[in-house]
Write a protein that binds this ligand. Structure first.
Ligand code: ADP
Length: 641
């Protein structure tokens, strides 16, 4: 039962230590993964993964048959531009196109040709008339350095709204792929909404755009666009069915083409490669003009095909959850179960961004994947080495224990043989009184030795379990020293070792006298045991403040640094000590240390091989006790922390 409790306690202690180890692993791996996720190679990979996910879902969107696109692109393509007079005549071409578009009465018309400078007055007048002929007109503004390029006043007067046509916020790193459209841009404290958003507002008949920190609202439509930066980026839902496109030439010459733009949102601008200055790539790999980007953005709004970028906090949380799961797998399980769970966490971390994308939220892949790989690898290595270390330790302890048991049983045989032999002699022969007395004395002495041996072993167990009670009393330290010196004298004399009591103290100790005697006697006994003949052991007791220091200095075999670190471990003996041929169990010092710790004290050791050692017990001392020496009281023992 006791063994069971002890092993449970040991397990708890070990688990606590490991828990800290695993927590540290999770914290470090999580921090590294989050930092790695924000590096530019990681952002590139995340972009590629996003493009891949979008390509997969673009096919699905197609299969789902979204509502018909309300956006129509009227494109001034290469043939239209060349036939109608080239870029020199662009204002006339625009005017001609707009006059034609007005006949079809679309719901809104958004133009993607910057009209920031006055041109030929006649041409400008015709264009202004054509602009006015169109209902719900959106004119473009663009960022030029640190200012806006806006339509001149004559054109502006005809517009219901102005919208910016920048496919990305200025200063943002770009790989040429337009994934997000900034719905809002602020330059020099002047803000414009995106051209597509303004067209959408007019299409919905809304007179304003309602803003909140997370969304924009147009009529009843809520558009996820967090205001974190300055641009409220909206992920464009590219699909396999882009907005339909009508070349301007066809619109001008084919009366049937007019019907295709009736009641629609018309995006009118240049797509001719020779003139369009704003070409971009979509995540689907297509090269498109800026005009088509706006058409796609309108289509995204109109179909409400919104996906949200996960917030930074959500990213960090996902990494933390993954690191925690990976570490728990190895903290709670071992062997193949832990590895299986580790693989599941890895799979989950890689699958999570894809699953969440399916639910409309875009998470990066690198952060969570790095968190999973780092944590699984670190936790697996930690478990591997911790388990191995534990195994090596317990094997060493078992070997030491076996060795000690072997020694103890061997030692027990000597008194037992003496007891057996003497008792047999008494029973078998008619011995005279003197002989009988001598035999009885020997039996008594040997059985006491046996009892002491057993007591020592039991003390180790009890002390390490914290089950032993201290029988407290206040007694003079000098008496303790004197009685221990007296006990060790016969052994010292047999080795011709002198014992010098250099300094005694009038301090008193408040503690268990028997245990303190055991501790001091052990230190003295070791000093004599591990010293060559004709040397000296010095005992010194000094009081300094509220501390009593009793030191035992010998001129014996000594110990090196490495040995010093181990001498308080149960069953540990130095090679040097074994070579002396002196008998020992390696238990004494572990008991001494526990006794001193139970008295709120400590042991200091200085030693040097071949020169000698000095063991000092440092204990709380009482200078002038008001209590009666010898008064006893019981106090429960606390395990040393
Ligand atoms: P043992 O029964 O072996 O003496 P201890 O626990 O008392 O067990 O001591 C543990 C080990 O510490 C000893 O085996 C010895 O190697 C070393 N040791 C203890 N005291 C001394 C000393 N005074 N000088 C040198 N070595 C010592």
């Amino acid at each position: 039962m006791r063994r069971c409790r002890r092993s449970r306690r040991k397990l708890k202690k070990r688990w606590r230590g490991r828990k800290l180890g695993y927590a540290a692993i999770a914290a470090v791996c999580f921090a590294v993964a989050v930092a790695a996720g924000w590096t530019s190679p990681a952002l590139e990979i995340d972009n590629d993964v996003y493009d891949f996910m979008l390509r997969r879902s673009a096919y699905q969107d197609n299969a789902l048959r979204q509502p018909e696109s309300q956006a129509v692109i009227v494109a001034i393509d290469e043939p239209s531009l060349n036939t109608l007079g080239g870029m020199r005549k662009i204002r006339t071409i625009l005017a001609e196109g707009l006059e034609r578009i007005a006949q079809a009465q679309p719901r809104t018309v958004a133009i993607d040709v910057i009209l920031a400078d006055p041109g030929d007055p006649k041409e400008d007048a015709r264009l202004a008339d054509a602009l006015r002929a169109n209902h719900n007109l959106v004119l473009p503004a663009d960022v030029a350095g640190d200012r806006w390029e806006e339509p001149i006043a004559a054109f502006r007067a005809a517009a219901a709204a102005i919208g910016h046509v920048s496919p990305q916020a200025p200063g943002q790193p770009s790989d040429g792929v337009v994934r997000r459209l900034p719905l809002e841009l602020v330059v020099q404290h002047k803000r414009y909404w995106a051209l597509a958003l303004q067209a959408f507002r007019l299409d919905r008949g809304a007179s304003f755009i309602l803003e909140s920190p997370q969304d924009l609202q147009v009529g009843a439509e809520v558009i996820p666009a967090p205001a974190g930066g300055e641009s409220r980026p909206m992920l464009i839902a590219y699909t396999q069915s882009p907005p339909p496109e009508i070349p301007l030439l066809k619109l001008l010459r084919d009366p049937a083409a007019l019907a295709r733009i009736r009641g629609k949102a018309v995006f009118f601008g240049i797509t001719a490669l020779s003139a369009a200055r704003d070409r971009a790539y979509t995540p689907l790999g297509d090269s498109i003009s800026g005009l088509e980007v706006h058409g796609y953005a309108f289509q995204t709004l109109q179909r409400a095909m919104f996906r949200r970028d996960a917030s930074n906090l959500a990213n960090v949380e996902l990494c933390a959850v993954i690191a925690a799961l990976a570490v728990l797998a190895f903290a709670l399980f071992s062997g193949w179960r832990a590895y299986l769970l580790g693989v599941l966490v890895l799979a989950g971390a890689h699958a999570a961004p894809f699953v969440l994308f399916g639910h409309g939220t875009v998470f990066p892949l690198v952060g969570p994947a790095a968190a999973a790989w780092l944590t699984v690898a670190a936790a697996a290595s930690y478990q591997h080495f911790a388990v191995r270390g534990q195994l090596v330790k317990s094997e060493a302890a078992t070997a030491r224990y076996r060795q000690a048991m072997h020694f103890v049983t061997h030692e027990m045989k000597t008194p037992l043989t003496a007891i057996q032999g003497s008792s047999e002699l008494i029973g078998r022969y008619n011995l005279n009184d003197d002989k009988r007395k001598q035999m009885a004395g020997m039996i008594n002495q040997e059985s006491k030795r046996l009892a002491r041996m057993i007591e020592t072993f039991l003390n180790v167990e009890r002390l390490s379990e914290g089950e032993m009670q201290l029988k407290r009393e206040v007694f003079p330290a000098a008496l303790l020293v004197a009685s221990c010196v007296e006990r060790v004298k016969p052994l010292a004399e047999s080795k011709r070792i002198g014992i010098l009591v250099a300094h005694t103290t009038d301090c008193e100790i408040d503690g268990d006298r028997e245990l303190m005697e055991y501790a001091l006697y052990n230190l003295l006994n070791n000093a004599v045991k591990y010293s060559p003949p004709e040397t000296q052991v010095t005992v010194e007791g000094r009081c300094a403040g509220d501390r009593l220091r009793i030191s035992i200095t010998d001129q014996g075999i000594g110990m090196d640094e490495k040995e010093l670190k181990n001498i308080f471990r149960k069953f540990y003996r130095t090679k040097r000590a074994e070579q002396t041929g002196e008998a020992g169990t390696g238990i004494g010092l572990s008991i001494v240390e526990q006794i001193v710790a139970h008295h709120a004290g400590k042991i200091e050791v200085n030693s040097s091989p071949g020169k000698g050692s000095c063991f000092t017990m440092v204990l709380p001392a009482k200078m002038n006790s008001v209590r009666n020496p010898g008064s006893r009281e019981e106090a429960p023992v606390r395990r040393p922390s």
